[in-house]
Ligand binder design. Structure first.
Ligand SMILES: NC(=O)c1ccc[n+]([C@@H]2O[C@H](COP(=O)([O-])OP(=O)(O)OC[C@H]3O[C@@H](n4cnc5c(N)ncnc54)[C@H](OP(=O)(O)O)[C@@H]3O)[C@@H](O)[C@H]2O)c1
Length: 312
């Protein structure tokens, strides 16, 4: 049973192979561009950003796994083989790492970490006195899915008030739930730190722009860990310059890598991180994918399958 991998480059195949060997030794793990590979023998694929049309070249494909939680880079392929499930890779560790990252980002904004790093670089001993405790500011999470819900619980554990916005209403203890476009403005009006954990879809494209940012209380913080396509970066920088935003942690960009000349790199109100919020180890992701393959082979419905009708 052949599984092809296109994630992390050819150099990562050995690590993927070792990960799968521990949990699914029946899988023959191959690099996607391996010379002599017979496409007709490939049954599973684990991919990140595959070249459009390539997946359609495997006629016996049973499932396509994203090597991360978002599969927009696969779903955008106009030649995606019909009827083959696209499955997101969401092991427990992915949500845990995301929650850790967002807690760090929210605390970094509250504790003015960027300013402290600047002072240290300049060898200046100056008091940094945040005007509020982190727990005095409500965090609003856009997207309360696998990542958002776990993140909400971790923030609550720090004593930070949390509200969330999603398509459907949620009942997560301690989290005020806002649903759908009609409740977005009310959600934003009470959000002091906005966290974006939405998937990339036509509806979320460019959502983090001046009109939305203007609906936040003045001096709000922003943590963007969704996808770069969701933001208008010049609008974010303008909101920082005007004081509408007090600080931002930006992990995702369009394009990536963020070009060296982009002003976000040096903006005093921005912490740039290189799309690194949550990436579980390859061993952990291989274990998760091996478990889902076992479910598929038993004829069970896989968890976290991409739904083309919803777009995520
Ligand atoms: N930076 C990183 O390292 C990193 C790592 C992992 C994931 N991510 C990003 O995080 C995203 C979320 O991952 P996930 O596993 O939590 O996804 P998920 O389980 O599919 O959850 C998506 C959430 O977004 C909500 N949503 C989708 N479209 C919406 C809309 N138009 N309006 C309001 N709410 C909407 C959904 O609402 P319902 O619950 O009502 O359906 C759901 O709560 C991924 O797609 C990816 O872009 C980034």
């Amino acid at each position: 049973m052949i599984l092809v991998v296109k994630s992390g480059g050819e150099a990562a195949v050995a690590e993927w192979r070792a990960g799968f060997a521990a949990h699914a030794p029946q899988l023959d793990v191959r690099w996607w561009d391996e010379p002599g590979l017979d496409p007709a023998r490939v049954e599973y694929a684990v991919v990140w950003d595959p070249e459009p049309g390539r997946l359609a070249g495997f006629p016996k494909l049973k499932a396509i796994f994203g090597s991360g939680a978002g599969v927009d880079h696969i779903a955008s392929d106009p030649h995606l083989p019909p009827g083959v499930p696209v499955i997101r890779c969401v092991p427990w560790e992915a949500a845990q790492r995301m929650g850790e990252f967002v807690c760090w980002a929210v605390l970094s904004l509250a504790k003015e970490a960027r300013r402290m790093a600047q002072l240290q670089a300049a060898r200046r001993w100056e008091n940094v006195d945040p005007p509020f405790a982190a727990a005095a500011r409500t965090v609003g999470i856009m997207g309360l899915g696998a990542m958002g819900e776990h993140t909400a619980r971790m923030l609550l554990g720090l004593g930070i008030p949390v509200r969330g916005w999603s398509r459907g209403r949620k009942s997560i203890p301690g989290v005020e739930s806002f649903a759908g476009a009609a409740e977005l403005d009310a959600f934003l009006a009470g959000t002091d730190v906005l966290v974006c954990l939405l998937p990339a879809t036509p509806e979320t494209q460019g959502i983090i722009a001046t009109p939305l940012l203007a609906k936040l209380p003045r001096g709000a913080g922003l943590v963007q860990v969704g996808r770069g396509s969701q933001q208008v970066l010049p609008d974010i920088l303008a909101a920082l310059d005007s004081g509408q935003l007090s600080g931002a942690v930006l992990d995702v960009f369009a394009p990536e890598p963020l070009p060296a000349e982009n002003p976000a790199w040096s903006h005093p109100g921005v912490i740039v991180t290189p799309h690194t919020a949550s990436l579980p180890t390859r061993a952990e992701r291989a274990r998760y994918i091996a478990d889902v393959i076992a479910m598929l082979e038993r004829g069970e419905a896989p968890p976290h399958a991409y739904d083309p009708a919803r777009g995520y």
